[in-house]
Write a protein that binds this ligand. Sequence first.
Ligand SMILES: Cc1cc2nc3c(=O)[nH]c(=O)nc-3n(C[C@H](O)[C@H](O)[C@H](O)COP(=O)(O)O)c2cc1C
Length: 192
Amino acid sequence: MKILVISTSLRNNSNSDILSDEFTKGAMSSGHEVEKISLRGKKINFCIGCDICQTAKRCVLKDDVNEVIQKIHDSDVIAFAIPVYFGGVSGQVQTLFDRTYSLFPWKLKVEQTHKFRGVYLLTTSSDQSTESTDLVIQKVEYWIKHFNGTWVKCSEVAKLAGVVRGLGVHEAGEIRKFPDVLNQAFKMGKAI
Ligand SMILES: Cc1cc2nc3c(=O)[nH]c(=O)nc-3n(C[C@H](O)[C@H](O)[C@H](O)COP(=O)(O)O)c2cc1C
């Protein structure tokens, strides 16, 4: 399968990025075609709500996001690495999700063409409680829901297929002190 791993933290030696590397290694060890990309260094403009994508089926903004959206469109499996920011997702993740609006041309009433069915989440937080990651999970589930016929017809259903939480990690790279969590990420990728 064609697997796209999207690492969203912008910091060096990011905990969630390290988890995404483990996930990538696991998925590759099972023979999948895996591409990992990072939002770090990418030019990401806010969605301006012009709605042109709803009829044009593409975003009119000119930056690095359109290539990411095309990769999401073309992949069988998507994995997001997302740290918790203020209880939820960071601004760049929200913006990426906003920009994927171009994948839902609901005004055209066409069947969706995206391929992905499985979505995986690797999330990290300073807080040690599992609840600290709840809003990130809900956000990703809500995003997936829109690929499942909320706005447009869709023959197949996508779902959140797995989550790994790196809890109680604040400093960059701290996740390396938790080999069991790294292993969970590796195994989740391998099991696809
Ligand atoms: C702006 C900002 C907001 C944050 N908000 C939270 C939060 O609400 N809850 C929490 O547990 N950790 C919070 N953190 C800590 C990060 O989730 C934590 O450091 C995580 O390991 C970062 O992952 P990364 O290294 O992949 O960026 C925040 C960090 C930043 C920079």
